[in-house]
Design a binder for this molecule. Structure first.
Ligand SMILES: [Zn+2]
Length: 682
């Protein structure tokens, strides 16, 4: 790998974290799949030779556990989901050059070859360890077969990962108070012989690696704690029969995290077998100097920045250049939860009136890739209607319609210097986003360019110029057609199908997918037909229907559970011992108020500037609600305000009072009835 700016002479591979063949795809998967696809397409726009590969992850204990529950073979279950994923992913215009799965012969062969090379290099040893065992079921309890307490943070954890707490990978035997998920019994420990990878020997290598690694900030900083702390050797075998057999050991299979990332290599290799090494040389990429970019979810950063690069280094392969990790997706303001059915499934998106490219635009440009984001149908509709229909689509449609009517296509003049400069700037931002691994920046130049165009056409009013100043009119429309063509080229990574439609409307030959970034500045065809509107509005009733369906589903599940959505009261603070006189309480001036406006405070991620009407006056208050509430929904909310608190200044903003809220989620205190604003609370 070169660490030079893209495009580089060595070819690249972009991979996406493997979807697990154990359940339906949802918006969490789609965020990294669409992000990876947009990134791979963007690299190709820059002229980078790129393969975009992935596959289904078929092994591991969750599949074995679920298959046992269904009474079927794990292979049957995994293949069923693999086929579903392989059919559904392309419907989101996610265009893998190769999508395989981890049980294919190429991956089995590649994985075994890796393990044999590690053995030869002296990086593997055998050790007796205590593993969790279910005495009733008389079997070992690897990974998901056991639950207990995380030894690092004390949260409830599953066998191989602390998924509700610190997020660490857990080694066999590490989990405390283990219980079998098969029988629910407390697990015993038994001595078993396992294979270990000498991860400790890679500490120095990994310290250098993490300094060189490019990608998102979370992937480059979080692993430091693990790498610079005490690394443990890594147990790479399990006592089950679902997985790839350890070479020469019929009683052990490889831990799923050995064969899963190996699929990145195997899929690249199978792609080369399809197209030939002249088109794409997987060996150069993986064994020599290719640019390896992994796009993943943030829950698997440790696997991609510690275990995987150490393994690649151990077998003498090339190392990843970048790890690009996305944050979680929350649903309508609350944590995603499969068990509560608080999820939005790929299937639902495909059946909804939302065009997949509109969804792609929403997920790519919504927020920084590393941030946790919120999915709501209302939020999606707002961006589709405001940005795609209102700004981008509107600009293109009015420009091309005017051009077609007045000139039959592109007016016969050169584009103005100002327009060319504007397009060049957008191209530069796009190039910068690719090199900074900033997924949002692949799509954000679209809106900026369209806003520029709309303002330009509005200011120039070419419809008033065709008679008095035809030259000026032709110039303005020529510029707008050029901006539309630039939008088509820049749109391709984010919205490939819409880009192709626009390309057709412009009368272009060939495919917009093959058009290089520089095509944004090339002249559009002289003649084209009347355009059609590119994007469809989402109507209020359509959005309301989608929102209601989601809410009803979550409520139904909550009723079934009898949980009414309330979390168990854990970790409550004890009531204070010290009593205070009534006068002390009376000295607090608490008033009924109503939030009249709420806006973010620049530079402070969590803070809002609120205006609260308390009848006698309106108060400005700074409150830490930004991450916890839908900011636009706050105005109108009735609250209780501490009116005689000392004033303070927070982030340069004066805070004159305090809004009362409960707990970590800042559940706002409101009034039961309609006491007038300004009423004292006693
Ligand atoms: Zn933990």
């Amino acid at each position: 790998m070169s660490h030079e700016e893209f495009p580089t002479e060595p070819p690249a591979v972009v991979t996406c974290g493997l979807p697990y063949a154990n359940g339906d795809l949802h918006v969490g998967h789609l965020r990294s799949l669409v992000g990876g696809d947009a990134y791979a397409r963007a690299l190709e726009k820059l002229g980078q030779t790129t393969a975009f590969v992935c596959g289904s992850d078929m092994h591991g204990t969750p599949i074995a556990v679920n298959a046992a529950q269904e009474g079927i073979d794990p292979e049957e279950l995994a293949l069923r989901y693999h086929e579903q994923h392989a059919a559904q992913i392309p419907q989101f215009n996610v265009d893998f050059d190769f999508y395989g799965h981890t049980r294919q012969p190429t991956n089995v062969e590649q994985t075994v070859a890796f393990v044999e090379a590690l053995e030869e290099g002296g990086y593997v040893y055998e050790k007796e360890i205590l593993v969790a065992w279910d005495p009733e079921a008389d079997q070992a309890l690897p990974d998901r077969y056991v639950e207990g307490t995380c030894p690092y943070c004390g949260e409830h954890a599953r066998g191989d990962e602390c998924d509700e707490g610190c997020g660490r990978h857990l080694e066999p035997g590490e989990i405390e108070d283990p219980r079998s998920t098969i029988t629910g019994n407390p697990a015993e420990y038994r001595e078993r012989e396992h294979k270990f990878f000498r991860l400790q020997e890679f500490q120095e290598y990994l310290q250098g690696f993490i300094d060189r690694l490019e990608g998102t900030e979370n992937a480059r900083t979080r692993p430091r704690e693990w790498i610079e702390g005490e690394l443990q050797d890594w147990c790479i075998t399990r006592d089950i029969d679902w997985g790839i057999e350890y070479p020469g050991r019929e009683d052990l299979v490889l831990y799923v995290w050995v064969d899963a990332p190996t699929e990145y290599v195997s899929a690249s290799r199978q792609y080369t077998e399809e197209v030939g090494p002249d088109v794409y040389d997987w060996e150069r990429v993986w064994k020599e100097d290719g640019e390896i970019v992994h796009v993943i979810g943030q829950d698997i950063i440790q696997h991609h920045t510690v275990f995987w690069p150490a393994l690649l280094h151990g077998v003498g392969y090339n190392e990843p250049r970048a790890v690009v990790a996305c944050g979680f997706v929350n649903i309508a303001g609350e944590a995603f939860s499969k068990s509560r059915n608080r999820a939005v499934w790929a299937e639902e998106l495909l059946e909804s009136p939302v065009h997949v490219d509109s969804y792609r635009y929403f997920t790519v440009t919504g927020s920084g890739f590393e941030s946790d984001v919120d999915f709501s149908w209302g939020g999606l509709a707002e961006r589709v209607n405001g940005e795609l229909v209102g700004a981008i689509g509107n600009f293109i449609y009015r420009s091309l319609l005017f051009a077609h009517r007045e000139y039959g296509g592109t007016p016969d003049v050169e584009p103005s210097g100002e327009t060319v400069a504007e397009i060049e700037e957008a191209m530069e931002r796009f190039r910068g986003a690719v090199n900074d691994y900033e997924i949002r920046g692949l799509g954000s130049p679209l809106l900026e360019l369209a806003r520029y165009g709309n303002e330009y056409i509005q200011r120039a009013e070419p419809w008033n110029l065709t008679d008095e100043d035809p030259e000026r009119a032709a110039q303005v429309i020529r510029d707008c057609v050029q901006l539309s063509k630039a939008l088509a080229v820049l749109m391709e990574p984010t919205m490939p199908a819409k880009a192709a439609e626009l390309w057709d409307q412009l009368g272009e030959q060939g495919s917009v997918h093959d058009a290089p970034l520089s095509a944004a500045l090339e002249a559009p065809p002289a003649a084209f037909d009347a355009p059609e509107e590119l994007f469809d509005r989402l109507e209020d009733d359509e959005v309301a229907e989608l929102e209601t369906a989601l809410e009803e589903r979550v409520e139904q599940r909550e009723d079934e559970d009898g949980s009414e959505g309330e979390e168990p009261a854990a970790d409550l603070e004890p009531v204070l011992d010290e009593r205070v006189p009534f006068d002390t309480f009376q000295s607090m001036d608490l008033r009924v108020g109503r939030i009249t406006s709420a806006e973010p405070i620049e530079g402070a991620d969590e803070l809002l500037r609120l205006e609260v009407d308390i009848g006698v006056e309106t108060r400005q208050v700074v409150a830490g609600l930004r991450q916890l509430h839908d900011v636009d929904a706050l105005p109108g909310t009735r609250v209780v305000l501490v009116a005689n608190l000392e004033k303070s200044e927070i982030f340069g903003v004066e805070s004159n009072g305090m809004v009362l809220a409960a707990g970590e989620q800042a559940d706002l205190l409101t009034t039961y009835d309609d006491a007038p604003l300004g009423t004292r609370v006693r």
